[in-house]
Ligand binder design. Structure first.
Ligand code: CS2
Length: 468
């Protein structure tokens, strides 16, 4: 049960964060800590593990920077409390509806928005949304946002700013759309109020944060002399680009390196397509080729060449550089970040939830390039590798533990005939945009890539994709 003290507005700290995973604790939380004057109430939407590990430490934890030349620990003390939503959803709503809360930030992963990845719209048939329509105590992130905004409106308070920090294109606009659709189904007047008064700035977030392992805890203890049960591991690089559109106070982000801009879209496109798009490509192809981490995959010259080809020949030609960014230099920096051997970022971890990730990471580039008559063989191979991966067994016939909200449907789409497999996948309206679903040339290219993967394996196909 929550402690009443922790809900005292005077100690609330101004920010409630939904989805207290390693990424936020290694990225947004550190910026907030550095900006000063604000604190964060973290909310786990699923399980109590993080709360249980952090509580005995007074919510403090170590963020360990893993550089190619050494490690740098830093203790982060910005968390004021951690709530576990399924244990006490009312405590979460109270924290969000507190007059001391001005910002609700989110890292709930792509699938946490209960939207259709191909369109960005609310999926009203999602089981958590169906639950949240019927019950005042929600389960989903959109449900918490809508019910807490309703409580603020009823109390005569202004809305909080919703600060989405997930890897979605125009993430502020997506979460705004989902919230407005859900609010409209509950109370149209509430939706009008949110539309008029709310703010949903878009953001681009970037830092590579591999999952913490038990070995990391031991290494950190050996290096620092203290035991931290909930540290986070991260690379040196970080970037946060935020649309300067808040409906209330905010931390002085611009004093700690956050880029406050009028339009985040070009930054999001650059990051989602150049970083996440190649991350996913390397994850599926690398996993199938037997590589455990991104750094291992990059150490294989075939994949190091493939990723250069993806950037130079396929992704950059379809991008408009954001102000102040040089895309070739950005690609060089990414190659160095991926190769950092201190970061053990598992291909399996990145391969998760592909049905939710592919549209914004890869399919957008493919659709635009095909429409413009540009060939995208490497990205097409990556999509075929995803299909091969979610079939659930690897090139040696060993089972793959596929994590994806659509996992069982995806596994059922596998046929011995690659053309039939591709046809089944392309019928997934929640993943593929209509332009690709109805493009026979794309189906043919995917079928050829998938046949090649089955026949020759991922490594050989990767070598060919850049040779041609
Ligand atoms: C990764 C991202 O797990 C994944 O899908 O592509 O978490 C990636 O590491 C971050 O977006 C980097 O900013």
């Amino acid at each position: 049960m929550h402690d009443r003290l922790h809900r005292d507005p005077a100690t609330a700290g101004g920010i409630v964060h939904l989805g207290l995973g390693a990424f936020f604790r290694a990225h947004g939380a550190i910026y907030v800590a550095q900006a000063g004057g604000w604190g964060v109430t973290g909310v786990s939407l699923q399980s109590p593990g993080t709360r249980d590990r952090l509580k005995p430490q007074g919510w403090a934890y170590t963020a360990l920077e893993l550089g190619p030349d050494g490690e740098k620990p830093q203790v982060v003390t910005v968390l004021r409390d951690v709530l576990v939503a399924p244990e006490d959803p009312q405590a979460v709503l109270d924290a969000m509806a507190s007059p001391a809360t001005h910002i609700v930030s989110l890292t709930v992963t792509e699938k946490g928005y209960c939207h259709e990845p191909s369109t960005g719209r609310l999926n009203p048939g999602h089981p958590d949304i169906r639950h949240d329509l019927e019950n005042p105590l929600p389960r989903s992130a959109p449900g918490f946002l809508v019910r807490a905004l309703a409580a603020r409106r009823a109390a005569g308070l202004p809305p909080f700013t919703v600060l989405c920090c997930d890897n979605l294109p125009e993430n502020g606009r997506v979460v705004r759309g989902v919230v407005l659709e859900l609010a409209r189904l509950i109370d149209p007047a509430l939706a009008d109020w949110i539309r008029a008064k709310g703010a949903f700035p878009s953001t681009m977030v970037d830092r590579i944060v591999p999952a913490t392992t038990p070995a990391d805890l031991d290494r950190l203890e050996a290096a620092t002399g203290y035991r931290d049960e909930a540290p986070v591991m991260h690379e040196p690089f970080r970037q946060w680009v935020v649309e300067d559109d808040f409906c209330g106070p905010r931390p002085a982000f611009e004093t700690v390196g956050v880029q406050m801009v009028a339009d985040v879209t070009p930054f999001e496109h650059m990051k989602l397509r150049m970083l996440n798009g190649t991350h996913s490509s390397l994850a599926y192809l690398g996993y199938l080729a037997g590589h455990e981490t991104i750094a291992d995959t990059m150490a294989d010259p075939v994949f190091a060449r493939l990723v250069r080809g993806l950037w130079g020949d396929e992704i950059i030609p379809a991008l408009t550089p954001p102000p102040g960014e040089d895309l070739a230099a950005y690609a060089d920096a990414l190659a160095a970040r991926y190769a950092n051997p201190a970061i053990r970022h598992r291909t399996w971890q990145i391969a998760m939830d592909g049905s939710q990730k592919l549209p914004q990471r890869i399919l957008g580039t493919i659709a635009e390039s095909r429409a413009a008559g540009r060939a995208v063989p490497g990205l097409t191979l990556a999509v075929a590798a995803w299909m091969r991966y979610v079939s659930g067994s690897d090139e040696q016939g060993r089972p793959i533990e596929v994590r994806d909200p659509l996992a069982s449907r995806l596994a059922d789409l596998w046929h011995d005939d690659p053309a039939a497999t591709v046809k089944g996948f392309l019928a997934l309206a929640e993943v593929f945009p209509p332009t690709l679903r109805d493009d026979p040339g794309f189906a043919a290219d995917l079928t050829a890539a998938l046949s090649g993967l089955v026949r020759d394996g991922a490594r050989k196909m990767a070598a060919q994709a850049v040779a041609t």
